[in-house]
Design a binder for this molecule. Sequence first.
Ligand SMILES: NC(=O)c1ccc[n+]([C@@H]2O[C@H](COP(=O)([O-])OP(=O)(O)OC[C@H]3O[C@@H](n4cnc5c(N)ncnc54)[C@H](O)[C@@H]3O)[C@@H](O)[C@H]2O)c1
Length: 439
Amino acid sequence: MSTTPRREFLRAAGWGAATMSLSQQVVHAAPNERCVVGVIGPGGMGTVHTRLLASRQDVEVRYVCDVDQSRLEKAGEVVRGASGKAPRQTTDLREILADASVDAVFIATPDHWHAPAAILALDAGKHVYVEKPCSHNIREGRLMADAVKRSGKLLQVGTQSRSTDVVREGIERIRGGEIGEILVAKAWNSQRRGSIGKTQPSDPPNQLDYDQWVGPAPMVPYRSNLLPGVWRWWHNFGCGDIGNDGVHDIDVALWGLGVETHPSKVTCLGGKYFFDDDQEFPDTQYAVFEYPQAKAPANRAKQLIFEQRIWSPYPQEGYDNGAAFYGTAGVLILGHTTGWRLYGPRMKLIAEKTGRVSLPAHHSNFFACLRGEQQQLNADIHVGHRAATIVHLANIANRVGDVLHFDPDRERITNNMAGDALVKRSYRDGHWAVPQGVS
Ligand SMILES: NC(=O)c1ccc[n+]([C@@H]2O[C@H](COP(=O)([O-])OP(=O)(O)OC[C@H]3O[C@@H](n4cnc5c(N)ncnc54)[C@H](O)[C@@H]3O)[C@@H](O)[C@H]2O)c1
């Protein structure tokens, strides 16, 4: 899809631009043109995106961008193999953002780059698909929402359960009242992870531009247990497994619970009970979140519970990762990648369904919204920011060891200064990707 007069870029005004109905809003792209995209960070998950995108008839992957030369070349081969056409390769995401022919970017970098890259992309006029958790900290999520509003562009967060039919059906059934009033939901992450060992600083590998990899985060020496993918266990770059696999089920739990605000109270207990290695996040973690009383007619508070054991592959309720919804007239147990069972009074099995999570469906929702064929992104920035905020609040509560009071409107912790300081992060002085307005 190139920038032709056929495309209308009617800027949507006001809050919630990405979720407005099309009658009010914008057609971002002409129906029969191919969407031109760039993939930023084609590593583990980014390669999955690259392969799927390059296989689509309605998409052209014009760029791949990675600061690791070997991954960059591999991504080029993936695109050529799937589409027959080699993409342009770059190590600097700004090259993609400067190209007016690019409609959208897919960001699958480590977490610390999500918000900086997404905000730059939105401000450069690109639509954005960004991996979960959408942010590395609470303030960045708010700045992303501001950038969506400012730009009028679409942003989809990579929680693909939101576009998965089997999950949608389960959630629709309970939101339609099948298990009565739901006041508590629980998400869990139980699986066996490996140790990341203990290392000392060393020279980065030759093929990696480590300075660009660290980007706007404070510079720390390279160590071999940062890569590949292991950065997620370090505070400077990731959010722990609650932000990695946990956030998928947290998002589903929030969806079924029906809360569209942040919690007002949070507590979390956890630690490294199992692994003796460099990981900076808990391997065992329990967090509880209380939502303010809903307005009439329900007029009740609600609760979200999160449990994590990343040393125990034993499932809960039959599912290793999942979400459960406790209602006044039944329970829904939903497995992350497998399906769900719905029980009525006296735990009578009412219905069950199996099915797999669909990443292509999440991509399709994004492109359909760009073309105006669908009206609502399934995981817009508000959805993504609410789920990521749960992750960040749990980690903050665990670090400061307090029951935190959170102001859902101001997005500030009101009873613990050390906790409130962690609502945002520090950045590398003067780096070009530091988001505006972070201080
Ligand atoms: N939706 C899902 O189911 C799912 C599954 C796995 C991972 N993820 C998410 O995908 C993201 C990536 O995770 P991963 O395991 O693939 O990590 P990874 O380390 O394997 O890949 C990240 C890639 O980004 C590159 N990169 C870093 N900085 C860059 C920059 N400035 N410009 C361009 N490229 C840069 C790295 O070199 C690497 O190739 C994470 O946010 C993770 O949470 C999502």
